[in-house]
Design a protein around this ligand. Structure first.
Ligand SMILES: Nc1ncnc2c1ncn2[C@@H]1O[C@H](COP(=O)(O)OP(=O)(O)OP(=O)(O)O)[C@@H](O)[C@H]1O
Length: 231
């Protein structure tokens, strides 16, 4: 049963890698503009869930619906197009292209959708300013700190004004001060653009930045609302 008004929803997801069951009937849903923290022990299935939700992995069973569309009926090309235009991604290690400057990296998703360099870079610069890293725009990723790299990666995830941002341990490689600042900037930017955020994290203070917490355990996802008594 998919909750009314959800933008992205999964039900009964199952996924195994050989004999290892990663997802065992997981349900998940997120509303437009909602920030949901996905927590849980190592190996519990968080990344697998995120990859299924984003159409990167095909589940063995269960459905994922985005904006009313069943992802399983889309071709690979259609799912790639969806990821380029509607979704943004931030990973644990920024995964910036080392040969490109920070400005070129942040502009890349727009260039891939055919936006002219000048326009793409103007938008990218606005987001770098928002993330407080415009001063390193002409540097290459290897010349800046890990925290700065993650801010550039967050800027890059926002340039297409995605409706959903998938963030898999975006602060995992940072110290707690830098990690919290990246979380703060990411969730603030997402709220301003009304992007929903699926945020896989171990960050203890994530509750301050999310609307809801979901805990994944043994391949199943459980909403923490009942536990905290929150709405
Ligand atoms: N490509 C793969 N091949 C084989 N097994 C995998 C693969 N990816 C994940 N697994 C296994 O599936 C299970 C779930 O992994 P997953 O990465 O989704 O968990 P996770 O909760 O994100 O873990 P972590 O917090 O450590 O990143 C684990 O047992 C893991 O070892």
């Amino acid at each position: 049963m998919i909750p009314a008004g959800s933008l992205l929803a999964a039900s009964g997801l199952r996924k195994a890698y050989g004999l290892t069951t990663a997802l065992d009937g997981a349900d998940f849903s997120i509303h437009p503009g909602e920030v949901v923290a996905v927590m849980g022990p190592s190996g519990s299935g968080k990344s697998t869930l995120l990859h299924c939700l984003a159409g990167i992995l095909r589940p063995d069973a269960g459905t994922v619906r985005y904006d009313g569309r069943d992802l399983s009926v889309l071709s690979d090309a259609e799912r790639s197009a969806l990821r380029r235009t509607e979704f943004g991604f931030v990973f644990q290690f920024g995964q910036l292209v080392p040969e490109l400057t920070c400005l070129e990296n942040a502009a890349l998703p727009l260039r891939l959708t055919g936006t002219k360099r000048k326009d793409a870079e103007a938008t990218a610069l606005r987001w770098l300013e928002h993330l407080e890293v415009a001063d390193v725009r002409h540097h290459r990723p290897g010349q800046i700190s890990g925290g700065q790299q993650q801010r550039v990666a967050v800027a890059r995830s926002l340039v297409t004004t995605p409706r959903v941002i998938f963030a898999d341990e975006p602060t995992g490689a940072l110290d707690s001060l830098n990690g919290e600042r990246v979380l703060e900037l990411l969730t603030k930017a997402a709220r301003e653009t009304r992007a929903a955020v699926v945020l896989v994290t171990h960050e203890a203070r994530v509750a301050a930045y999310s609307d809801r917490e979901v805990v994944v355990r043994d391949g199943r996802a459980r909403d923490m609302a009942g536990v905290h008594g929150a709405a």
